[in-house]
Design a protein around this ligand. Structure first.
Ligand code: PMP
Length: 394
């Protein structure tokens, strides 16, 4: 049933259809784009391209409305039940991706919150984009005589996802901010972030890096009870150079990300709205099940080949859920072949994978691995062919 659902969706991706001998397995870096997204960009640029928030002629008004509409689309897609599109709606700030989004929170908002002696808790072993901005904010504040302590978000020894009990013990009256990652970009694990709120209490702002969850699994800011949610549009089927920060409207210091100070990427914003429409029509929950099924096939196959080690961090959520959640990312190493070489060999067989340290914070770059990351257009046949190619390298 899922295979019948998937086939026409795969056909929506022109680059995939044009390259039947190639398997794109690097969607965690950036995803391919469906025709409908490309059409939306073309339609915008050929009917009403202008700047947003300035000018009062029809194309400028249409562009301003496009940006406001896309912001509302983001709120809806993220399950923000609090407000309509009008005044009082939670701010949505468009960025070039998650890196710029996290940096925006760190630069434009966090310093307003912090006082001398405060503490923040941030992840040390996730993507560098979710560590560097917090350290920079600390250093900037230190230069102004405001000392902030940065604590490491604790992880569970057995699974590697966040340890809510240890976090509850770590968080004290001076804990003013927590940053976390929804799904790990190397291990694919769902990091169990819904337990962070109960660990830190109602008043501590939580900022979530959702780069690897938006578009892959249902994401609800209401259920997660976070204050900032940052994601990459380009990993969620929109154009390169797109992303957004959603900020909870009604609480904390105002989030002032520059307003209309610069020219926004309006074509990219049009693509993001179209991508969210496409994902919703396809069914995000089905995308989760499809890619988890493919990832399970790959993980199971690799576990039968002694030459390979699958890296992980297995989410403790996997044990709680009926459908075993393996996400859309499988990362592994060969015992003898280096990850760069393995990447080249796999490309010679038509597989596009990522092979390096994956921008993971705190990792030795020598310590590389091969990452296979999936999206809705990938197929079981691709997984079987990949396993055949990997088996020959044992
Ligand atoms: N955080 C995570 C968890 C990621 O996987 C990535 C992309 N690899 C980023 C941040 C950075 O995203 P972007 O390239 O859109 O800035």
């Amino acid at each position: 049933e899922l295979a019948r659902w998937q086939r026409p969706l795969r056909a929506d991706f022109p680059i995939v259809a044009a390259n039947p001998e190639q398997a794109y397995l690097d969607s965690a870096a950036t995803a391919q784009k469906p025709r409908q997204v490309l059409d939306a960009v073309h339609a915008y640029l050929t009917t009403s391209n202008a700047n947003a928030g300035r000018g009062s002629y029809p194309w400028a008004n249409a562009t301003t409305a496009l940006v406001a509409g896309a912001a509302q689309r983001v709120r809806e897609f993220l399950g923000d039940r609090s407000a309509g599109a009008g005044a009082g709606a939670s701010p949505v700030h468009f960025t070039s991706g998650t890196t710029e989004g996290l940096r925006t929170v760190a630069r434009d908002w966090l310093p307003q919150l912090l006082r001398d002696g405060d503490e923040i808790v941030v992840p040390f072993g996730d993507h560098r984009a979710n560590l560097a901005p917090w350290l920079e904010a600390r250093d900037l504040l230190a230069a102004q005589g405001v000392r902030i302590a940065v604590r490491e978000m604790p992880c569970q020894a057995g699974t590697g996802d966040y340890d809510a009990r240890a976090l509850a013990a770590l968080a004290g009256p001076r804990t003013r901010f927590v940053a976390a990652t929804h799904v790990h970009h190397v291990y694919g694990a769902d990091m169990n972030v819904h337990r962070i709120r109960e660990a830190v209490g109602p008043d501590v702002p939580i900022c979530l890096d959702a780069a690897q969850s938006v578009g892959h699994q249902p994401v609800s800011v209401a259920d997660l009870d976070v204050d900032f949610l940052v994601f990459s549009g380009h990993k969620a089927l929109a154009l390169p150079g797109t992303g957004a920060v959603w900020a909870r409207g009604e609480r904390g210091p105002a989030f002032r990300p520059g307003g209309w100070a610069g020219t926004p990427n309006t074509a990219g914003i049009a693509s993001l709205a179209a991508a969210l429409d496409w994902l919703e029509a396809a069914g995000v929950e089905r995308i989760t099940r499809w890619t988890a099924a493919l990832a399970s096939v790959l993980t199971d196959g690799l576990s039968r080949m002694p030459a390979y080690e699958v890296l992980g961090c297995r989410s403790s959520l996997a044990a709680d859920t009926a459908v075993q959640r393996r996400g859309s990312i499988v990362t592994f190493r060969h015992q003898a072949i280096g990850s760069q070489d393995l990447g080249f060999i796999l490309f010679s067989h038509g597989f596009m994978v990522r092979s390096d340290d994956h921008c993971q914070a705190g990792r030795d770059p020598q310590d590389g691995s091969v990452r296979v990351s999936l999206h809705v257009y990938n197929t079981l046949e691709e997984m079987e062919k990949l396993l055949t190619a990997l088996a020959k390298l044992q």
